[in-house]
Design a protein around this ligand. Structure first.
Ligand code: HGY
Ligand code: MN
Ligand code: MN
Ligand code: MN
Length: 407
């Protein structure tokens, strides 16, 4: 099957006709449809299909119980109103690269695995990379049981409704021990490749990043009759905190975003009793990130006090800096550099986006390939990569897999 036909098959799944964006949230119907597609890709290629204890899907060529496997893949879930490429490009490219290698008559000396990690974006339960974190032991079973979506449904309940056994979840060190190399291909979420004129890049590092929940509690009251001086309005301290986040991020050369908010009671004519905002912040190094978040929290406490509002700040997740395996990165550069195409420069890029590859890194030698994104837009329906760049990505991935797993 060609890249084009696989891509076209997956494209309508979970797509909003209004915005063109995707809501493929973990353990929902759209996610199930993506999973069915994955299982079908495995079946039509005669691959051994399995779902691991954490709901991640695997398709294997060769003995999946053998050690030193080469694994590639990504995720099929999306952020709210996300783009078509973030995640699916890596999974579709994995199957397409296998097809290309079979077409080349490649002979595999190591098992090849293709994976779809569950719930990478954390759009539903708030925590990113749940499937890979559980597998890597970076999220405990107790923590996973406490994850709850906006409707009060817990992760185990959602998994059970989708037909998976939530009692099975937990670390899977034996599985990771069988993987000799993991390579995730991903659309670039920035314009570094476009600016450098290259189609394909190799990841160097992922910047440290995390999510923090700021809960401002004031007093609900009548919007028409409550004098301004009598109010304890949490929206004011929240609004000031959003501006402080921008200032602190600028000072530290970092990024800080409040992209999600809950307001109670959420009435036009009521002063809110509660405003809860989620901060996503990322920086080049740990020290800068600490400075930004500490600065934002300090400012938020001052604003809350000034408005007679209580503030609770909780860190929901944190991923330290990830340096991808240097030997594997050099190996990828060597394999791709040997290509004779004149425009195939392969720069090494850092990124501020999180990935399952970042979670596995440290436990498994891990590398990433990026495919050019001409606008840099991501986590939006406008996310885009040209088809010939995607096809170049498939070839680069095939070269890498051939170099790593074939004679
Ligand atoms: O970077 C992110 O927000 C997510 O982990 N992809
Ligand atoms: Mn993403
Ligand atoms: Mn992604
Ligand atoms: Mn009234």
């Amino acid at each position: 099957m060609t890249f084009h036909s696989m891509w076209a098959e997956l494209l309508p799944v979970g797509r909003s006709s209004a915005s063109g964006g995707y809501r493929r949230h973990a353990w929902t119907g759209a996610d199930a449809d993506c999973r069915t597609w994955f299982r079908e890709q495995a079946r039509t290629r005669g691959l051994t299909y399995e779902v691991d204890r954490n709901g991640n899907q695997w398709a294997w060529l060769g003995d999946h119980a053998a050690r030193d496997a080469v694994v590639t893949g990504s995720h099929l879930d999306s952020v709210p109103d996300g783009g078509a490429f973030d995640g699916p490009l890596g999974v579709v490219s994995a199957f397409a690269a296998l097809d290309e290698l079979r077409g080349r008559g490649a002979r595999f000396t190591r098992p090849l695995g293709i994976v779809n990690f569950g719930d990478e974006e954390g759009a539903r339960f708030g925590l990113a990379c749940v499937g890979s974190r559980l597998t890597a032991g970076a999220l405990t079973v107790e923590q996973a049981h406490r994850l709850t979506d906006g409707d009060g449904i817990t992760l185990p309940q959602a998994m059970e409704t989708a037909g998976y056994d939530p009692d099975a979840i937990g670390p899977d060190p034996e599985r990771l021990a069988r993987i000799g190399a993991f390579v995730e291909l991903h659309v670039e979420q920035g314009r570094a490749l476009d600016l450098s004129g290259a189609r394909i890049g190799i990841a160097g590092a992922i910047r440290p990043h995390g999510r923090w929940r700021f809960s401002f509690r004031g007093e609900a009251n009548h919007a028409g009759t409550t004098r301004l001086t009598d109010r304890r309005d949490p929206m004011l301290s929240y609004a000031e905190t959003v501006l402080a986040a921008r200032r602190e991020a600028e000072l530290a050369g970092a990024v800080a975003t409040f992209g999600k908010i809950d307001v109670e009671p959420n009435g036009v004519n009521a002063i809110p009793s509660l405003v809860r905002g989620w901060l996503d912040s990322r920086a080049a190094d740990q020290e800068s990130l600490d400075t930004v978040v500490t600065g934002i929290e300090k400012a938020a406490r001052e604003y809350a006090a000034a408005h007679g509002v209580d503030l609770d700040v909780e860190r929901e997740s944190f991923t330290p800096v990830v340096e991808f395996d240097h030997a594997l990165r050099d190996e990828l550069a060597r394999i791709l550099g040997s290509d004779t195409e004149p425009d195939l420069k392969v720069p090494v890029l850092g990124t501020g986006a999180g990935h399952d590859a970042g979670i596995l890194s440290g436990r498994v030698p891990t590398a990433m390939l990026f495919v050019r994104n001409p606008t840099g837009v991501s986590h939006s329906p406008a996310e885009y990569a040209a088809e010939d760049d995607c096809v170049a990505g498939v070839s680069a991935l095939a070269d890498v897999l051939e170099g790593l797993a074939c004679t």
